[in-house]
Write a protein that binds this ligand. Structure first.
Ligand code: SF4
Ligand code: SF4
Length: 490
């Protein structure tokens, strides 16, 4: 009897070790496949000894008993003290009275694109923000926040062209972002005959089901709905893409009541080449996916008789991370990205505002905040040391969080010519949502012990430092131009 019990338990552990090894090999993990393989060999030997050497059965039974009793500690539920369950307002400091909305004119990309030296806007802006002028001018000379695109890989033309071609789609669609019932589907053969279609009379629960199903069918990997908290809207417009210069500095219109928030998942293999060109190609491709999905959704709301605004990288009225938290898509990570359900930070975010009544989702607690306190992988792998390593968060604009030092992060982007993505790639939550990682994420959602213990186990198994993985062979870039990313570390 004992021999069979021990063999079954040992067999179960053996299967887990084999699964772990298989997943690690698929992910090209630097050291984990060896650890997994050692586990497989150990349990094969142990299984043989259990069968052939009776004297070992009692000590093994004790060892398994202690192990199982230890595992039972994972059943202790987590303390419901995470700020994420309150949604994005959980990240406000104090009573929230010192919160200040973000001004799009202050975004580094907007500054680079819209403040052209010698123009009135340029003089106006830097008269108010002289502290930003020198660094911004320096970036302009180098070609903007991405510097010379793809320079880390010798600006390998096929990859840089994939990036440029992907970004063309949001460029084409940005002017169609704001949709009114009277103009929706204007060029469609299937436009309703009446001039202004009356709003469809929809039960909110049914409308929500349709919207989520349609968004997923269009290619969204995660969809959530929230009521729009006006605090997450930009205060003033700062990005001008289509020559509408009179809009610069105007107040952003009051948001519509609801947002459908969408995440598209980036391919793990592409992201893990970070900071090389395949990772930025994957970012560009996902920006195109988001622009496509949100434009169709916004037009759909319009033809249903409601107002809508597509939020993608050629049109933002809203700041998307807090919106995604409110819509139950995930939590805020140490690196400032959303840690999304299933995909971790390996997502790009989009949204559609609408006045069609919908049923909002609830914020979620994935265990990420507690995990981040001990993990530190992104901070210690960041080539520009832009992610804080301290346990304590800081307060800025009335938000209490780990605050990314954006200026040094973007300077690194400019140096390598990609959007880096190292912090996204190294994050344990980014690993593929399969077998062993799926199990770990489920345990994290429910167990207090796992939130404290798993970051340390992860650091032992996977290490703290990032090593880029090989690109798919069809994206292989010339070797030799790849060492400059290490320079900033010295
Ligand atoms: S790498 Fe670690 S510390 Fe950084 S966001 Fe991911 S879990 Fe948090
Ligand atoms: S994108 Fe790169 S440079 Fe920027 S914070 Fe992440 S790891 Fe650091």
């Amino acid at each position: 009897m004992l021999v069979w019990m021990l063999s079954i338990i040992n067999g179960g552990i053996l299967v887990l070790a084999a699964l772990f090894t298989y997943e690690s090999l698929r992910e090209q993990g630097p050291r984990v496949p060896k650890i997994g393989a050692a586990g497989v060999v150990f349990h094969l030997v142990l299984g043989t000894m259990i069968l052939l050497w009776p004297a070992i059965r009692i000590p093994v039974a004790w060892a398994f008993g202690i192990g199982l009793a230890g595992s039972a500690l994972f059943l202790i539920p987590y303390k419901k003290d995470s700020r994420s369950v309150k949604g994005a307002p959980g990240y406000l400091s104090g009573d929230g009275s010192n919160f200040r909305s973000m001004d799009e004119r202050d975004i580094l990309f907007a500054r680079n694109r819209c403040l052209v030296p010698g123009t009135k806007l340029y003089e106006l802006y830097y008269a108010e923000h002289p502290e930003r002028k020198k660094a911004d001018d320096g970036r302009r000379v180098k070609g903007g926040p991405l510097g010379k695109p793809g320079s880390i890989d010798g600006s390998y033309r096929p990859n840089v062209s994939m990036l440029a071609s992907s970004f063309e789609l949001p460029n084409m669609l940005g002017q169609k972002a704001r949709v009114f019932p009277e103009s929706a589907g204007a060029q469609s053969t299937y436009k309703a005959k009446s001039k202004v279609p009356p709003p469809a009379d929809m039960d909110p629960a049914k409308a929500t089901r349709i919207v989520k199903g349609w968004a997923r069918h269009l290619g969204a990997d995660l969809v959530g709905i929230c009521r729009i908290d006006p605090r997450w809207a930009y205060s003033h417009k700062g990005e001008i893409h289509y020559g509408e210069w009179e809009e610069w500095g105007r107040k952003v219109p009051k948001p519509l009541p609801y947002a459908v928030v969408i995440a598209t998942a980036m391919d793990h293999g592409m992201v893990c080449t970070a900071p090389h060109t395949p990772s930025v190609v994957e970012s560009g491709y996902n920006y195109a996916r988001g622009a496509y999905i949100t434009t169709i959704l916004a037009q759909w709301f319009g033809t249903m008789g409601y107002k809508a605004v597509a939020e993608h990288n050629r049109h933002y009225d809203l700041v998307l991370v807090p919106l995604a938290i409110d819509a139950g898509l995930g939590e805020l990570g140490r690196h400032g990205y959303l840690i999304a359900q299933k995909y971790g930070p390996r997502v790009r975010l989009f949204a559609v505002q609408t006045d069609m009544p919908l049923i909002p989702d609830k914020p979620v607690d994935l265990g990420a905040e507690r995990f981040c306190e001990a993990c530190l992988k992104c901070a210690q792998s960041c080539p520009s040391r832009s992610i804080p390593e301290e346990r304590q968060k800081t307060v800025e604009r009335g938000l209490e969080r780990w605050k990314l030092r954006e200026e040094t992060c973007f300077d690194y982007w400019g140096k390598i010519g990609t959007d880096c993505c190292v912090c996204m790639a190294v994050c344990p939550f980014s690993r593929p949502y399969r077998s062993i990682h799926k199990l770990v994420k489920q345990i994290l959602r429910h167990s207090e012990l796992a939130r404290h213990l798993f970051p340390h186990m992860d650091n032992i198994l996977y290490g703290r430092k990032w090593k880029p993985r090989k690109a798919f062979d069809w994206m292989q870039y010339p070797k030799g131009a790849n060492s400059e990313e290490m320079e900033l570390r010295s």
